[in-house]
Design a protein around this ligand. Structure first.
Ligand code: PSU
Ligand code: MN
Length: 303
């Protein structure tokens, strides 16, 4: 086992005895949602994963240790400290471990640590991708590179249109990452169920998804797969409300000259502010929905 990795005892027991485990990220806690809803959501997500037959492993870096599985107190700590905790991507891992610091794991570092621990299924809200205007800025999330090289299944609600969804899908195609729709042929757009872009394949159940991923692993494919699970209709947002808010958030981001790793957290917070909290409610519900599908898929994968 990696000398920097600590696997929580409950997670370790589950992995050793072939029981289903689902990884969860911590950037969504520290940078993606405000306190205290972030902590409440993170604890509910863990509960939903248990109710659906799997063991949750929220992933983070604490005092330079890579943690697969957090205690409720550690989740509270991450939620309370919020954006003060370093948002940790692949390039940050060694420095945080060397200095003994904390890091909130993005999709990238959650995939890395999940893979080190032997966890194959990971649920989150949305992934990073190719930003609008990337043909000039070259702002492309490291999440896409990680999907290209780490064999973990990432279940999300699609990409927010803070990104260029079409270019994100092109990039994934180039890198050989299969994009699967759960019960849909349309790539979901996070707050809404359809982006207007097609996924590569549609599956109709967690069982079918598990069979596909098992084959992917058995073939020795080195990368991951991305699953777009659409937000349930009752929580989906009105495109006429969410789209102008996203456009305005991007305009303000450009005007303020915000760049690099600060871009995504700024856009997420701005969209939430502009929609008066409605987007936060949708965000929370879609994460719950992804957690449920992830736990069920992980359970089939263990059969
Ligand atoms: N998109 C969301 N919510 C999030 C993120 C993205 O809708 O919380 C977070 C995830 O942790 C993701 C990261 O891995 O932002 C991507 O950041 P960047 O664009 O800087 O790579
Ligand atoms: Mn970026």
């Amino acid at each position: 086992m990696n000398k920097y990795l600590d696997i929580n005892p409950e997670v370790k027991e589950a992995l050793d005895s072939g029981k289903p485990v689902v990884a969860l990220e911590s950037t969504i806690i520290s940078h993606g949602m405000p306190y205290p809803q972030n902590v409440e959501t993170a604890l509910n997500v863990e509960r939903i994963i248990r109710e659906n037959g799997a063991v949750p492993a929220t992933i983070a870096i604490i005092g330079g240790r890579l943690k697969a599985g957090l205690t409720p107190d550690e989740i509270e700590y991450f939620g309370k400290k919020g954006p003060e905790i370093t948002k940790a991507s692949r390039r940050d891992l060694a420095m945080l471990c060397a200095k003994g610091e904390d890091g909130a794991c993005t999709v990238t570092t959650t995939m890395m640590i999940a893979h080190m621990a032997g966890i194959r299924v990971f649920a989150t809200g949305g992934i990073g991708g190719v930003h609008r205007g990337a043909e000039i800025t070259m702002d492309i999330s490291a999440d896409l590179e990680e999907l290209a090289q780490t064999p973990v299944m990432v279940i999300c609600a699609g990409c927010k249109s803070i990104l260029d969804i079409g270019l994100t899908l092109e990039y994934l195609e180039t890198h050989g990452v299969p994009v699967i729709g759960m019960g849909t042929e349309d790539m979901p757009a996070f707050y809404t169920s359809k982006s207007g872009f097609k996924v590569d394949y549609k599956v109709d159940s967690p069982e079918e998804l598990a069979n596909f991923f098992r084959t992917h692993i058995e073939l020795g494919m080195k990368g991951g797969i991305l699953v777009g699970n659409p937000i349930p209709d009752e929580y989906s947002m009105d495109p006429e409300v969410i789209n102008p808010a996203i456009d305005q958030a991007i305009r303000e981001c450009n005007e303020l000259g915000i760049k690099g790793k600060a871009t995504t957290p700024f856009l997420l917070a701005k969209v939430k502010e502009l929609t008066g909290g409605d987007s936060l409610d949708s965000n929370i519900q879609l994460v719950y929905n992804n957690a449920k599908i992830a736990a069920q898929t992980a359970a089939y994968l263990c059969k």
